[in-house]
Design a protein around this ligand. Structure first.
Ligand code: ZN
Ligand code: ZN
Length: 257
């Protein structure tokens, strides 16, 4: 009797162990892609459909960390939010901003920024959840590769803005753009890359992709290459550049608005 009890206890533990193991092992089950772990270190544009459509993620939540001294203007955060609600099929769009310590380590390389993300990012997309999480960090320096670059999209849900480059361009002369204009433009442009623009995750519907980069051939479009360094502000005056029809058509064809 005792032996039987022990045996049944053993069988119960063993079957429980098998059950737990088979549940936690779902990421390697090729038959069930919906339960695979979300990869937050894929290339920019690889999760374009997850941004645009609501099939997999009905909500989007953006964590925006800024280094001390580089708080984004409220207008720029609102501008990003309205851009997202214009283009993404989401029920809820949330942007949470919080200050992180200044590092003073600039200029920053992409590798340095991925390390900052590992230290500071609190929220990642979880398999089976209805919320897509994205991350934006505003650093207190310039980019190592080009001091004029305003921002980069470096993973499928991760972007960085270079606070020092933004300050430089928004105070470079009497007719320079203001801070909210530069920040809004850089935020919208980088998130545009994570929506798969141009021809990088979201297929183009017409011929408007630049040679050798994921940008738009229309000089006045938000996705023009000149936006990357803020040179766009020499072509346009006053407002934040918009997406042109060609870019909007691409997003709509891939499940966006
Ligand atoms: Zn770009
Ligand atoms: Zn365009």
């Amino acid at each position: 009797m005792k032996l039987f009890r022990r045996l049944s206890l053993f069988i119960l533990c063993f079957s429980l162990a098998v059950f737990i193991n088979s549940c936690s092992d779902s990421s390697t089950d090729p038959g069930d892609p919906a339960r695979e772990e979300f990869n937050s270190k894929a290339a920019p544009g690889e999760s374009a459909e997850y941004f645009l459509q609501s099939d997999s993620y009905g909500n989007i939540e953006i964590e925006m960390d800024y280094m001390e001294g580089h708080k984004p203007t409220t207008e720029a955060v609102n501008s990003l939010e309205s851009f997202l609600s214009d283009r993404l099929n989401k029920n809820n769009i949330t942007i949470n901003t919080s200050e992180i310590p200044a590092r003073g380590d600039g200029p920053y390389s992409t590798d340095m920024i991925t390390t900052i993300e590992e230290d500071e990012r609190d929220n990642y997309t979880e398999a089976g959840s209805n919320t897509l999480h994205a991350y934006i960090v505003i650093v207190d320096g310039e980019y190592t590769q080009n001091s004029n670059v305003l921002g980069i999209a470096y993973w499928n849900t991760s972007m960085a803005l270079f606070g020092e480059a933004i300050d430089n361009i928004s105070s470079s002369g009497p007719i320079s753009p203001n801070e909210q204009q530069v920040e809004s433009t850089a935020l919208r442009h980088e998130v545009g890359h994570n929506m798969g623009l141009v021809g990088n995750g979201t297929p183009t519907q017409s011929d408007h992709k630049t040679e050798g980069s994921a940008h738009c051939t229309n000089d006045e479009c938000l996705m023009a290459p000149s936006v990357r360094t803020g040179d766009i502000f020499q072509n346009i005056s006053g407002d934040v550049p918009s997406l042109d029809e060609a870019c909007i058509q691409d997003l709509q064809a891939n499940g966006g608005k």
